[in-house]
Ligand binder design. Structure first.
Ligand code: NAD
Ligand code: AHE
Ligand code: ZN
Length: 375
């Protein structure tokens, strides 16, 4: 049977820097190897704001943003075998086809199957499933969860345990999984000293996971003093506000001093390239490893003295925490259900779909960790 288009509401961003507008859109049925999902909840991640604002070099407009969603499969295209109608699912901006060079390498979670068209805001056949006011609207990150219905590639979706509340596990679509993977995919964090720059959802998730795996000192760094109690609640053993250091004292020098030579592991969860440099230079000579998680604006570049690397520090980065979504997300949902993984703690704000722009404002407030939108 051939599916029919669905008319529903979606938050469309018509141009860089513009607020979202909830519009009536037409969502085409899924083609072969595609899945149409009724999105029930979505988080708002800083990366949605980054693209909305026009800072993303890959940003395209008009677009339906959103990549941290949870929903129910409404229909599937020909050939779809891994999910069925009625399944509770999480869309994945990092696909997992299990057959491309990347997937087969065993070295990375960066699947190559749909990434090119995904970056062009299109489905794998180079067309869009969204129409609004007579024109096609771009997809975003292969997920577009700011729509009541969305279409994704089968390789970009995973079914999870139906007993898990989607208004919580939707956050596994990005923030919490990214933070978890950034820590657990690295050897040696148990017993080590760690510093985390930026205590948003990502940074808090990193320090929480570092605490769970048994890091010894966990130093949280944030310019917002309001983040101290958050950081300590999630597992930080210390909190440093770089703006309160004595005049002329650089944060990297301070951290190197108080840790007898520097950190074993540091993480940037700010997206600020100066902070990224600081995080690298806070690492211990000979072995310190700094991981970039934050996403920087178009035109921004990182720099440091090469001597920092010559003398044994490693600079690396991670997307979606190095997690292979179809293989690993069901297990993370089970961990959550068994109380081994925190999610509820991150949800500080709730919004109705009509108030999605207020959710973006919440994010700028400094007291919002994650806002979950009820679609
Ligand atoms: P957020 O805005 O909630 O958190 C950022 C935190 O950094 C805030 O608490 C802020 O006060 C703090 N901060 C800002 N400037 C600082 C400075 N100079 N020194 C110390 N702290 C500072 O954002 P988030 O949702 O937690 O996301 C963090 C970053 O991670 C963003 O850049 C986002 O785009 C990126 N991200 C990357 C991935 C990935 O797969 N690599 C996944 C999700 C998010
Ligand atoms: N489009 C930007 C880069 C954006 C970026 O790095 N995205 C992360 C996920 S952020 C989730 O909140 C990512 O997964 N990157 C790997 C990928 O393949 O996009 C730019 O600079 O062009
Ligand atoms: Zn995100």
């Amino acid at each position: 049977t051939v599916g029919k288009p669905i008319i529903c509401k979606a938050a469309v961003c018509w141009g860089a820097g513009q607020p979202l507008k909830v519009e009536e859109v037409e969502v085409a049925p899924p083609n072969a190897n595609e899945v149409r999902i009724k999105i029930l909840y979505t988080g708002i991640c800083h990366t949605d704001e980054y693209t909305r604002s026009g800072k993303d070099p890959e940003g395209l407009f008009p677009v339906i943003l959103g990549h941290e969603g949870g929903g129910v499969v409404e229909s599937v295209g020909e050939g779809v075998t891994s999910v069925s109608v009625g399944d509770h699912v999480i869309p994945l901006y990092t696909a997992e086809c299990r057959e491309c060079k990347f997937c087969k390498s065993g070295k990375t979670n960066l699947c190559g199957k749909v990434r090119t068209t995904q970056g062009q805001g299109l489905m794998p056949d180079s067309t869009s499933r969204f129409m609004c006011k007579g024109q096609p609207i771009h997809h975003f990150m292969g997920t577009s969860t700011f729509s009541q219905y969305t279409v994704v590639a089968e390789v970009s979706v995973v079914a999870v345990n139906k007993s898990a509340p989607l208004e919580k596990v939707c956050l596994l679509g990005c923030g919490i999984t990214t933070a978890w993977g950034a820590v657990v995919k690295q050897q040696g964090i148990k017993g080590s000293n760690v510093a985390v720059f930026g205590c948003g959802a990502i940074g808090l998730g990193v320090l929480s996971t570092a605490s769970v795996v048994g890091a010894s000192r966990i130093i949280a760094v944030d310019t917002n003093p309001g983040k101290e109690s958050w950081a300590r609640k999630m597992g930080a053993t210390e909190f440093v506000n770089p703006t309160t250091l004595p005049e002329g004292k650089r944060i990297q020098d301070y951290l190197v001093e108080i840790t007898d030579g520097g950190l074993d592991f540091t993480f940037d969860a700010t997206g600020n390239v100066h902070v990224m440099r600081t995080a690298l230079e806070s690492c211990h000579k000979g072995w310190g490893v700094s991981t970039i998680i934050g996403v920087a604006a178009a035109g921004q570049e990182i720099s440091t003295r090469p001597f920092q690397l010559v003398t044994g520090r490693t600079w690396r980065g991670t997307a979606f925490g190095g997690v292979k979504g179809r293989t690993e997300l069901p297990g993370l949902v089970e961990d959550y259900l068994q109380g081994k993984l925190k999610i509820d703690e991150y949800v500080t704000h709730h919004r109705k779909f009509a108030e999605i722009n207020d959710g973006f404002h919440d994010m700028h407030g400094g007291d919002c960790i994650r806002c979950v939108v009820d679609m």
